[in-house]
Design a protein around this ligand. Structure first.
Ligand SMILES: NC(=O)c1ccc[n+]([C@@H]2O[C@H](COP(=O)([O-])OP(=O)(O)OC[C@H]3O[C@@H](n4cnc5c(N)ncnc54)[C@H](O)[C@@H]3O)[C@@H](O)[C@H]2O)c1
Ligand SMILES: O=C(O)C[C@H](O)C(=O)O
Ligand SMILES: [Mg+2]
Length: 628
């Protein structure tokens, strides 16, 4: 199908799905004629170790849950207290310990116990993965902010002190020429998902060097919890090419290479070598690039996306989540989706995330306007982009080529009473936008003055997206947004905030606009489709699916993203949408016994079931010992 007709079809499908969100998102769960074997099925797991080696292996350890017969078979008798516990009892004991620290888990770093909770959870992760994921999945709303954003930011900042056991792999600039053999040091013969970072832009915390590995670990925790990727098949990776963080360069306890970052061709050669090595050992793996500084994020994406199964979460995952939220904000104003191209959008931040969102929002508008050149051009004029130097116009010197398509024309902005470099408050005051979206990494950027200016918005219900992470980098808090701009707004933030009591019996809803709603489904869908690449269409399908997940009633209540507690269900739907799109684009090559021809035959409902039955759940398998 040509790109053009595909996009037309996607636009009408989007409108259709959004008209009938329930039908699309609540596919009946009953199994139909076709049945699928799960990745694991009910087969026992073969282990080649016994005794203490089993107890010390978090992949196989069941702790006090080993039955007596298993204790006999695996030479464990006498190595554990005699009482055999059910996994529920095990969790109950663990939770007593964890709950001692219970204060306000959702407050992230402002919760003085967040790091202590992370430590307790991390120790469980290190000794018993099945139980760890059981706890995480059952309490995802409470513990996502601990193992993921925002606490993971604090973990990365304090990594040298927190480091106990290694998790994942480290490839350093000193490993050049060795990576192809090094990948064989990883114990798993099958790896489905790699999240890789070079630590150069960790959340809004800047260059954290080797300490950034925490981000890859946190993202993969969600891959297991939300997408049901088997934890034995995930691999967090840190590519340590040095750091430009002067504090770390001087810190005698820093665990990474204490030299300035490699750059230019040398840097690219390291990443090339890594990609070649991992795809040689695991040809079906999916590699998610995470928290690379913008300078490299786009270049590496362009370099690899048509040859490897990879995507950049900050550019592409964030774009999809933002589009879903922006469409939700239009519906939340009581307007039809098709009004999206009329929205005036001010974006603060023109880095990997901001530019990713802008490109995607512009394309979505253009599709709705007829998908031709003039539609694309007219969509451009809906955006005003402000970066560290103020409003970006054609007069900007040494303009970043990625930002150039969004530079305002001088005549245009003069008419609006603006100029090159105008401040955010001036832009908001003059433009009176429907949406103010922040991906600047500057905490408090949406100051009282800026929020006051937004009160002049021409929208009936202005939307504020304070998407920067972690909490202290959010452009404003939910409290500030509701108290200054008023009750009738839509608010979303990258890190979780509590809902706001508006004092009149009403609640100001705080949405979490975080790419966690998409990346696990994109990865799972790409894996199960067996697509060789991750196409724009697959990413668009993921975003549309998330947008369609919310009902009319919810969006009118200001709820534009689902609750984290729904993340496993959303991920399944998103993955199914990605698989379906891969099939339609003729990219799907199949997964295991489900080859491309079999995939082609599946109905929408069967695709959802196929996804569901390939999601790993944290249940202890029967262990069978076999000599190596
Ligand atoms: N919510 C999410 O899902 C999500 C996803 C990706 C990134 N993020 C967050 O977005 C932030 C930015 O990420 P990035 O990769 O684009 O970073 P980046 O460093 O590449 O870009 C930051 C941008 O903000 C601009 N900026 C700096 N100061 C500014 C100011 N005073 N006013 C306006 N703009 C200013 C910079 O000029 C730059 O264009 C980070 O905090 C990150 O955590 C959130
Ligand atoms: O990690 C997150 O919470 C979202 C995003 O990928 C970010 O870089 O901030
Ligand atoms: Mg990120």
């Amino acid at each position: 199908m040509s790109n053009f007709s595909h996009q037309i079809r996607a636009a009408s499908a989007l409108i259709n799905r959004l008209k009938h969100p329930r039908e699309f998102s609540r596919i009946p769960m009953l199994m139909r004629s076709r049945s699928f074997t799960t990745i694991e099925g009910d087969r026992p797991t073969i282990v080649h170790k016994r005794s203490l080696d089993i107890l010390h292996d978090p992949w196989f350890n069941k702790g006090t849950s080993f039955s007596m017969t298993e204790r006999d078979r695996l030479d464990l008798r006498g190595l554990l207290p005699p009482s055999v516990m059910s996994s529920e009892q095990q969790i109950e004991r663990f939770m007593v310990d964890l709950k001692r620290l219970e204060v306000h888990a959702r407050d992230g770093p402002s919760d003085p116990n967040a790091l202590a909770k992370w430590r307790i959870l991390n120790r469980l992760h290190d000794r018993n993965e099945t139980m760890y994921y059981k706890v995480l999945i059952a309490n995802i709303e409470e513990y996502a902010p601990i193992v993921y954003t925002p606490t993971v930011g604090l973990v990365c900042q304090n990594y040298s002190g927190l480091f106990r056991r290694p998790r994942g792999m480290y490839f350093s600039a000193e490993d050049r020429g060795e990576m192809m053999s090094m990948v064989y040091n990883w114990p798993a013969d099958q790896v489905d998902m790699i999240v890789v970072t070079d630590g150069s832009r960790i959340l809004g915390l800047g260059d954290l060097g080797v300490q950034g590995i925490g981000i890859a670990i946190g993202k993969l925790d969600l891959y297991v919890a939300a997408a049901g990727i088997n934890p034995q098949r995930v691999l967090p990776v840190m590519i340590d090419v040095g750091t430009n963080n002067e504090k770390l360069l001087k810190d005698p306890l820093y665990l990474g290479l204490q030299e300035h970052r490699l750059d230019g061709d040398e840097y690219v050669a390291v990443i090339d070598e890594f990609m070649n090595a991992v795809f040689t050992r695991w040809p079906n793996v999916i590699v998610q690039f995470e928290d690379f500084q913008s300078k490299w994020a786009f270049k590496l994406l362009q370099r690899y996306r048509s040859t490897y199964r990879m995507f950049n979460d900050d550019v592409q995952g964030t774009a999809g989540v933002a589009i879903a939220g922006l469409l939700g904000a239009v519906r939340g104003q009581g307007k039809p989706m098709i009004d999206f191209p009329k929205q005036k959008i001010v974006v603060a931040g023109a880095g990997s995330a901001g530019i990713g969102v802008l490109n995607s929002a512009r394309k979505t508008m253009a599709r709705m306007l007829g998908n031709n050149e003039s539609a694309f051009e007219s969509a451009r004029s809906q955006f005003w982009v402000v970066d560290a130097k103020g409003l970006i116009t054609e007069e900007r010197e040494n303009i970043d080529p990625d930002a150039l398509p969004f530079a305002r024309k001088v005549k245009e902005i003069q008419r609006q009473g603006l100029r090159e470099g105008a401040s955010l408050v001036e832009v908001v005051r003059e433009v009176k936008p429907d949406v103010l979206l922040g991906l600047s990494a500057v905490g408090g950027l949406f100051s009282k003055e800026v929020l006051e200016a937004l009160k002049g918005s021409t929208s009936t219900r202005p939307a504020i997206f304070a998407m920067s992470n972690p909490t202290k980098n959010a452009e404003c808090t939910a409290e500030e947004a509701f108290s200054i701009v008023g009750d009738n707004i839509i608010f979303a933030s990258g890190s979780p905030f509590n809902d706001v009591d508006l004092g009149n019996g009403h609640i100001g809803h705080c949405n979490q606009g975080n790419n966690m709603y998409l990346f696990p489904g994109i990865g799972l869908g790409a894996l199960l489709s067996g697509s060789r690449i991750i196409s724009d269409g697959m990413l668009q399908a993921a975003a549309e699916c998330l947008a369609a997940y919310m009902t009319e009633e919810q969006v009118l209540d200001g709820v534009i993203y689902p609750s984290t507690s729904r993340i496993r269900d959303i991920t399944k739907e998103v993955a199914a949408a990605v698989v379906k799109e891969a099939i339609e684009e003729d990219l799907a090559e199949g997964y295991r016994e489900m080859d491309a021809r079999e995939l082609q035959k599946l109905s929408q409902e069967e695709i959802v079931n196929f996804v569901k039955h390939n999601m790993w759940s944290p249940e202890y398998p029967t262990l069978v010992y076999k000599d190596n």
